[in-house]
Design a protein. Sequence first.
Lengths: 581, 196
Amino acid sequence: MGKKELLSGNEAIARGAWEAGVRVATAYPGTPSTEILENVAKYKEIYAEWSTNEKVAFEVAFGSAIAGARSMTSMKHVGLNVAADPLFTSSYTGINAGFVIVTCDDPGMHSSQNEQDNRRYAKFAKLPLIEPSDSQEAKDFFKEAFKISEMFDTPVLFRMTTRLSHSKTVVELGEREEVPLKDYVKDFRKYVILPSNAKVRHYVVEERLKKLQEFASQTSLNRIEEGDPSLGIVTSGISYQYAKEVFPQATFLKLGMSYPFPVDLFKKFASMVKRIIVIEENEPFLEEEIKILGYTEVEGKKYIPLCDELSPEVVRKGVLGAELPHPEPLKSVARPPVFCAGCPHTGIFYNLWRLKATVTGDIGCYTLGALPPYESIDTTICMGAGITNAFGFELARGKDFSKKLFGVIGDSTFLHTGIPGLIDIVYNKGITKIIILDNRITAMTGHQDHPGTGRTAKGEPTKAVDIKEIVKACGVEKIYEVDPHNLRGTRDVLKEVMELDEPAVIISKRPCALLPEERKKQAARPKRKVNPDVCRGEKCMGCIKLGCPAISMKDGKAYISELLCVGCDLCIQVCPFGAIS
Amino acid sequence: MDRTFNIIIAGVGGQGILTASEILAKVAMEVGLDAKKSEVHGMSQRGGSVVSHVRFGKKVYSPLVEKGACDIILSFEKSEALRWVHYLKEEGGKVIINDLEIIPTTVSLKLDTYPTNVEEQIRDKAKAEVILVPATDLARQAGDARTANTVLLGVISNFLPFEDKVWEKVISDNVKKETIEVNLKAFYLGKNYYKK
């Protein structure tokens, strides 16, 4: 027996990649997928990179697979939208060495802008879909995914969800299998997807799907767990665990490879049970496959909610109509996420709030600028839209309106999909003003490097791309650099660019307050203190409006928590009475 | 051990909740039990509420504790205990609370109010046993205020079927080498605090 460890689903995938002989791994950070590449990067046998965005990540890894190396790419669910273009065509070309795409969906939207169920991508792109239901399966199935990929000459979609990615369960480890590079043979009809070749390949895809369908009923990834014949449950992924918890006695059709649907195995299962319920999170993906077969009496979404994450109690309530007896809920206090003490974004959003600007936002920690006390973000849609939405506002409402209009975007996000939007503004004669919040890291997902930081995913030094030079090369002539912790200086620049009749970019430069180098500086600074004799308390609230988590009201006066204060001087700058030192 | 233990650890981002739940799950694993733990990373970390579910027993399916099945809530902050009381068993549940209040900005802005009488509320309305622990003080006594999470593990260890040497081993394996001693001290201060 191998050594046992407590691993998250993401750590287990990384281990599975290593054991499967993967050579190339790419990703763009995004919750809940980030830790996959972080952990893959620890293996010296695997090349691992943070790619500029998910489309780049996909194409780099896919190129390696065509060239003969077992390769993988991982991203969050909405990241696969960015990579959807190569996803669909990779299905037509097929692979050479194994290629597995990990999508980490976020039911419940713990850290996401929508709840899309990426199992639908498998059906849409006609790819086999694998869904583990704990960390052991994540590791074992990941290895299996490479075998399926190579057996059927197809990319494989490997679907995780937040609860799988971030739950830790016991995993028995295995050893690495060295998989030699496959020969690369130039193949014009397969890899050059001209219309004439694509037409031929589409037939190949449909044939492959039929074979995969047969395979789905034979693979050990799909199994019947025989139990009480009065209730049959069809399930996959994390939903299996919840269903087992609530219905330990039932007969289960447990699917680890859920697309193409294992028709023969299902028919066998259906003949064994009296009643069938499909328990699945979000979309009725399996239920639809079953109903297409003519089993219209099968139930699923009739009991199991389509929106939000499942849990044992949601499954119990849905199917049995009642929860376990439990105490009544008690009211706590809302504790929304906030900017950290000393966060560089505080300076920008404090000023945007004071200027009452219209702000189109983007994806990152700075999305919190939409919440109290600032409430200064008008839109947040997706990566890159901070820039492009702003230009859309300008086009709709005119140049006068646009004087008080700002698009904000982070440094990693700007490099991800921000650049084309900025070029669009310049090319199409816009005057939209953009603020790039350059905190020198991909912060929200837990500090991953990006092309601007000068370090690779493996921690090696590399050339850092220069954001200012990129902005210049996009054709922007008015470029400003500000320190967001200089509140007045920042406001002066914001006011100045508002008057400009041409596009401008303000680069707000200050590293994330949680970076180790910043923490060292913070430790050396004195903690700020309020002089209660000078503080005007609730009549003023000036410092409270900064939204710093270290500042609260205590006995009618402002109070700074020694534990949370990092010794920046934002509160000193905003106090009109000099009560803070 | 035939039964499954269901534990919820709650608190505020940055309090060491994930380390504590990791140690607890590994202690169970160390004695050969199946163990699962679940939490969410990402946006919810930034000063927001954090919760980790830990389950262990012969065979564990769901990584999430079912509402109505929780044996013990271990809360690193006072008001956070309230958020999860309805996950407790109807009878016989326990709530261990760190006597620490972290006031969110929304309260200072008067958009919300911080709850009062947390102990009484839980005792009277949820019918659970409440154990209030001055974990930060005990941690300071141990030598480092940041070991409050280990103090709380010490308190909960009184209700779990694991020997001290297993706790010692897992704690030692999961904290920085130079902090092993202070963490073990914190663990026993917590353990003996309840005993007293």
